[in-house]
Ligand binder design. Structure first.
Ligand SMILES: *[C@@H]1O[C@H](CO)[C@@H](O)[C@H](O)[C@H]1NC(C)=O
Ligand SMILES: *[C@@H]1O[C@H](CO)[C@@H](O)[C@H](O)[C@H]1NC(C)=O
Ligand SMILES: *[C@@H]1O[C@H](CO)[C@@H](O)[C@H](O)[C@H]1NC(C)=O
Ligand SMILES: *[C@@H]1O[C@H](CO)[C@@H](O)[C@H](O)[C@H]1NC(C)=O
Length: 193
C-alpha cells in the first residue's frame, strides 16, 4: 500500500492547506506590502508634532476611539490562524485604520491643524488595502466591510488627543503588520530578498 492510501481525502487536503505551495503571485503581493508598512511606521510618528513632555501629558488621557483595532501583543494568536483568516484580519484592520485616518484628516482640517501626515498615511493605507484585497482574492476569501461610527472633534485640543491616540495605535499596527507579513512570507515559502 502506498503511504497516502491510509490518509482520508479530506485529511490530505487539510495537510496540503496547512503547508501552502510556494506562490509567486502571493510572494509578489507580500513583497509590495512591506514598503507601504515602512511608510506607515514612519508617518505614525508624524501624526502630531508634540514634544515628549507634551506627549506625556496627553498620552495619559482617556482612550476614546473604541473602534480602533486592539493589536495582539504576541504573535502566538496569529501563528495558529489559517492564512485566509490572517489576511482577512489584516485587511479588516487596514480598512478600520483608513476610516480613522480619513476622519482624523477632516478633524484636523476643521481646527486648522496641518494634515499632510494623515493624508499620506491614508494614501499608504489605501495601497495596503488594495494589496490585501488582491491577496484575499488569491486565497479565495471575500473581504468583509466593517461599518464604524466616529465621534466629532469639537476643539483643537480634542483633535490633538485623537491624533496621539491614532498615532500610538498606528505604530503598534505597523510593527505587528510587519511581523505578520514576514510570517506569511515564511509560511508561503517566499524566497528571501
Ligand atoms: C474588524 O475589526 C474591528 C476592530 O477590531 C472589529 O470590531 C470588526 O468586527 C471587524 N470586522 C470584521 C468583518 O471582521
Ligand atoms: C468637521 O466639520 C464638519 C462641518 O462643521 C462636521 O460636520 C464634521 O463632523 C467635522 N468632523 C470632525 C471629525 O469633527
Ligand atoms: C477588491 O477587489 C475587487 C476585485 O478583485 C474590486 O472589485 C474591489 O473594488 C476591491 N476593493 C478594494 C477596497 O480594493
Ligand atoms: C478560511 O478557509 C477555511 C477552509 O480552509 C474556511 O473554513 C474558512 O471559513 C475560511 N475563512 C475565511 C475568513 O475566509
Amino acid at each position: 500500500a502506498s503511504l497516502f492510501s491510509s490518509i482520508a481525502p479530506n485529511e490530505f487536503i487539510a495537510l496540503s492547506l496547512s503547508r501552502p505551495a510556494h506562490s509567486p503571485a502571493l510572494c509578489a503581493l507580500f513583497g509590495s506590502m512591506a514598503p507601504q508598512v515602512e511608510r506607515l511606521l514612519h508617518l505614525s510618528k508624524k501624526l502630531h508634532d508634540l514634544t515628549d513632555e507634551e506627549l506625556n501629558l496627553i498620552a495619559a488621557a482617556d482612550h476614546r476611539l473604541d473602534g480602533l483595532p486592539r493589536i495582539p501583543h504576541t504573535a502566538a494568536a496569529f501563528n495558529t490562524m489559517k492564512m485566509n483568516e490572517s489576511i482577512s484580519q489584516l485587511y479588516n484592520f487596514t480598512e478600520v485604520f483608513r476610516s480613522h485616518m480619513d476622519w482624523l484628516k477632516t478633524a484636523r482640517e476643521n481646527v486648522s491643524l496641518p494634515n499632510q501626515a494623515a493624508e499620506g498615511a491614508s494614501r499608504h493605507l489605501l495601497q495596503l488595502a488594495h494589496l490585501l484585497n488582491s491577496t484575499l482574492h488569491q486565497v479565495g476569501a471575500v473581504p468583509q466591510p466593517s461599518p464604524l461610527s466616529l465621534p466629532v472633534a469639537s476643539s483643537a485640543f480634542d483633535a490633538l488627543k485623537f491624533s496621539v491616540e491614532i498615532s500610538e495605535n498606528l505604530k503598534a499596527f505597523s510593527l505587528w503588520t510587519k511581523r505578520s507579513i514576514r510570517f506569511l512570507q515564511r509560511q508561503s515559502r517566499c524566497p528571501r530578498r
